[in-house]
Design a protein around this ligand. Structure first.
Ligand code: PLP
Length: 347
């Protein structure tokens, strides 16, 4: 793989005072509307939440323009990335994806017995769709695409991806992870969910963890053809892992456009401030269409993590093509100002 994460051997326990800008969370969430819904829903927590879940699925289906049997819920989209991999790779095969990319699904596929066909990203870190198509062979069970991509923050053209999915999904299912799509301000992008009405075999993953600010409340879903979901749900049920309180929070946050707009606006402002400062310091970052920015650094990744940690700041370290990089998530403006000062001090 071109991508390797850098870890500290003995990371300190996370004290509450740490600035946590390492996991691409939304620092403004959960929305107040969701907090209120959580509090109110606790009272009926002694009951299974079938009706509430059905209501949430109906709401999501309406938003996505599909019928409810196209939706499978999970406690976060991680759960669904893993379930899809467990089911599709039960008999081996291979998964085709970009490298670097988000490794959750690929890792479970590998652990299940599949092999990984890694296709290097293009120079601008977008997906090399031509090379990915060429990498598909008779053993390919799934193509995984993360757009915008993590950890690069880069975008692949929505038009090109739509064309790729609509052709290639006739040969092999395509999993499109759209965790950061709502944050891709100003990008040529679109959801691949529209392909479901053309009966294309795509699986779209979306999460409430990012734009909705609910990473700790755990709600996500996939949209796919009912036949694909039947296949997965024969083995592993969707929705059973979500608590009633999280369902209530999800319903409320879906209606809270003001919170989502504010998140997008603040994320953009903070990112603009960070990039201006990275420019000033001479760091060559990748243009980001997400709530994080990645850039190469001029010290070993572990040293950077340790020095940041000593300043109370948690970020992520990666090795890409053998070189150290730092990935920083957009915290609040105040948090990013502290990150900029720390970076200046340790550079
Ligand atoms: N997909 C991508 C690309 C991510 O970056 C993440 C989390 O950071 C996830 C999926 C999983 O998110 P969750 O399980 O919180 O929905």
């Amino acid at each position: 793989p071109l991508l390797r994460e850098t870890f500290l051997e003995n990371p300190p326990k996370t004290p509450p005072t740490m600035i946590r800008i390492n996991a691409n969370e939304n620092p403004y969430g959960p929305p107040m509307s969701a907090r209120k819904a959580v509090a109110e829903s606790v009272a009926t927590g002694s009951r299974y939440s079938w009706k509430e879940l059905e209501n949430l699925v109906g709401k999501i289906a309406k938003k996505e323009g599909v019928t409810p049997d196209h939706i499978m819920m999970g406690p976060g989209s991680s759960d669904l990335l893993e379930k899809v991999a467990l089911v599709l790779f039960a008999k081996g095969g291979n998964v085709v994806s970009a490298d670097p990319t988000y490794m959750s699904l690929v890792k479970v596929a590998e652990a299940t017995g599949a092999s990984w066909k890694a296709v290097p990203c293009k120079g601008d870190w977008s997906h090399d769709l031509k090379a990915m198509e060429a990498a598909i062979d008779k053993d390919t069970k799934l193509v995984y695409i993360c757009n915008p991509n993590n950890p690069m923050g880069s975008i692949t053209s929505g038009k090109e991806l739509l064309d790729f999915c609509s052709r290639v999904a006739d040969r092999v299912p395509i999993f499109v992870d759209e965790a950061y799509l709502e944050l891709a301000v100003g990008a040529d992008t679109q959801s691949m969910v529209s392909l479901l009405s053309q009966k294309k075999n795509v699986i779209i993953a979306r999460t409430f963890s990012k734009i909705m600010g609910m990473a700790g409340l755990r709600v996500g879903y996939i949209a796919a053809l009912p036949s694909t979901l039947d296949n997965i749900q024969k083995i592993t049920r969707g929705g059973m892992g979500i608590t009633q309180t999280s369902i209530a929070a999800a319903v409320a946050s879906m209606d809270d456009n003001e919170f989502q707009d504010t998140t997008r606006k603040l994320n953009h402002e903070v990112k603009t401030y960070l990039c201006k400062n990275l420019d000033r310091m001479g760091y060559k970052y990748v243009t980001s269409y997400t709530n994080f920015v990645i850039f190469p650094i001029n010290m070993p990744g572990k040293e950077m993590l340790q020095k940041m940690m000593a300043k109370g700041i948690m970020v992520r370290g990666y090795e890409i093509q053998g070189k150290p990089w730092c990935r920083v998530s957009m915290g609040t403006m105040d948090e990013i100002k502290q990150f900029v000062s720390a970076l200046e001090a340790i550079s």
